[in-house]
Design a protein around this ligand. Structure first.
Ligand code: FES
Ligand code: FES
Length: 170
């Protein structure tokens, strides 16, 4: 079976019903999609399949043959971070990082779909993504910043610049 991940074609040996999550992590050593609940409930395993956010733990690998799969490694590189990666850094929107990859890919699908900086719409876009660390406020701030087209100085965090939203958990 052939699988294209982040623009690179791979020959995959796993069985057709193996989850995409297991193929990415165990066979291809692409470890940003995380194995959280493995039941579709937490969002940590989310990847983009032809630009659509999908739970890779519930996706048999055979069903995504011939598609373009994107993981967070495909959004940008350490020397050339994508706008969302910059925003998550600037807004301090990742703590332990377990949910971050899935959050970013759900956010990327939202941004690519023309999503606004409205907090309610963003909450809807990341509904079903569980973060046990951040309280969601900074994640929503980061996504809103990208939707607005903000530019980021990564030598300064939003918090140190006095821009942090102290409005409490949402
Ligand atoms: S690991 Fe897939 S949704 Fe939780
Ligand atoms: S940053 Fe730790 S679970 Fe979200």
């Amino acid at each position: 079976m052939n699988l294209t991940v982040n623009g690179v074609a791979h020959e995959v040996e796993s069985g057709p019903l193996t989850s995409l999550l297991d193929v990415l992590r165990e066979e291809l050593a692409i470890t940003s999609p995380k194995a959280g609940c493995e039941q579709g409930g937490c969002g940590a395993c989310t990847v983009l399949v032809d630009g659509v956010a999908r739970r890779s733990c519930l996706t048999p690998v055979a069903s995504v043959q011939g598609t373009e799969i994107t993981t967070v490694e495909g959004l940008g590189s350490p020397s050339d971070l994508s706008p969302l990666q910059q925003a998550f850094t600037h807004h301090y929107a990742a703590q332990c990082g377990f949910c971050t990859s899935g959050m970013m890919l759900a956010a990327q699908a939202y941004i690519d779909g023309g999503g606004s900086d409205g907090h309610e719409a963003i909450q809807e876009a990341i509904a079903g993504h569980v973060c046990r660390c951040t309280g969601y406020v900074k994640i929503i701030d980061a996504i809103a910043a990208v939707a607005r087209g903000d530019e980021f100085d990564l030598t300064v965090t939003a918090s140190s610049a006095g821009m942090v939203n102290l409005g409490g958990a949402v």
